[in-house]
Ligand binder design. Structure first.
Ligand SMILES: CC(=O)[C@@H](O)[C@H](O)COP(=O)(O)O
Length: 262
């Protein structure tokens, strides 16, 4: 089970709700994924009030836990204000904290991120910070009260998978008891399997499903990959070796040796 801030979930997939070709496709994809947590962007949806109303109704019908995010915020102050609005709107203390440094890379602005995380945690929020793979930033986020960490795989929407596996493995080693979720940049289901095989606790994705040729089947594919990766991790993956090892043990030769020389 995935446990986040004291609540357990059977699905280890957190699914974004942006960018689907239709509300019905969004509904089908969420259902196919088995995700129990969906992220919603307060700033993006309310910007289009008309579709926003239908959107919010659909989100409610899905019956998933809503994880509001502060997508589009560039400063700590903006993110804090957005988070407070989201708490009022959705009645949840959970917030996916995004403070964006650059609109081309959508990379986290880590200084504002830590500042906002400290203030929001002090204000009673349960913060799930979208961060980089940087260990020192992760340590500061933990010190600021974050009990979940969400390093990126690669830039949001890039679908490039895991850019720095070594650093992600280091985070896993440094935070053995903290729920770690890779958030952003996943493209193929195999990327999600890799994350889970590293011993991560979950993945958060949006583009890979919403923009797939068939989002519903893709959602199902990611669900299978996440389950497979987790099972492999729990089963104990064989360590790679430099030299060959016969997979069939030769304990005595059941057949006489044929001397090819003669
Ligand atoms: C939905 C959401 O919160 C995104 O900002 C998230 O980071 C997913 O990124 P991808 O679209 O790359 O999966």
């Amino acid at each position: 089970m995935l446990e986040l801030y004291g609540t357990e979930f059977s699905s280890r997939m957190l699914l974004g709700t942006a960018g689907y070709a239709s509300p019905d496709l969004l509904r089908q994809a969420v259902e196919a994924s088995g995700a129990e947590i969906v992220t919603v962007s307060l700033r993006r949806e309310s910007a289009r009030a008309k579709t926003g109303q239908g959107f919010w109704g659909l989100i409610e019908e899905l019956g998933c836990r809503v994880l509001p995010n502060t997508a589009g915020c560039h400063t700590a102050k903006e993110a804090i204000t957005t988070a407070q609005m989201a708490r009022e709107l959705f009645g949840t203390n959970w917030i996916k904290l995004e403070v964006i440094a650059n609109d081309d890379t959508l990379q986290p602005e880590v200084f504002g991120l830590v500042e906002a995380a400290a203030e929001l945690n002090a204000d009673g929020f349960d913060v799930l910070p979208y961060t980089t793979e940087d260990l020192s930033v992760a340590e500061r986020l933990a010190a600021a009260g974050c009990e979940v960490l969400m390093p990126w795989g690669s830039p949001i929407g890039s679908a490039r998978g895991l850019a720095n596996k070594t650093a992600l493995k280091t985070l896993r080693a440094y935070f053995p008891d903290t729920p770690l979720i890779v958030d952003a940049g996943l493209g193929a289901a195999s990327h999600a399997a890799e994350v889970m095989e590293m011993g991560y606790d979950g993945v958060l994705l949006n583009t890979a499903v919403a923009k797939a040729g068939d989002p519903v089947t893709m959602a199902r594919g990611f669900a299978s990959a996440i389950e497979g990766g987790r099972l492999a991790y729990e089963a104990g993956i064989v360590e790679p070796r430099d030299m060959a090892t016969p997979s069939t043990p030769i304990a005595g030769t059941p057949f006489f040796k044929i001397d090819n020389a003669s």
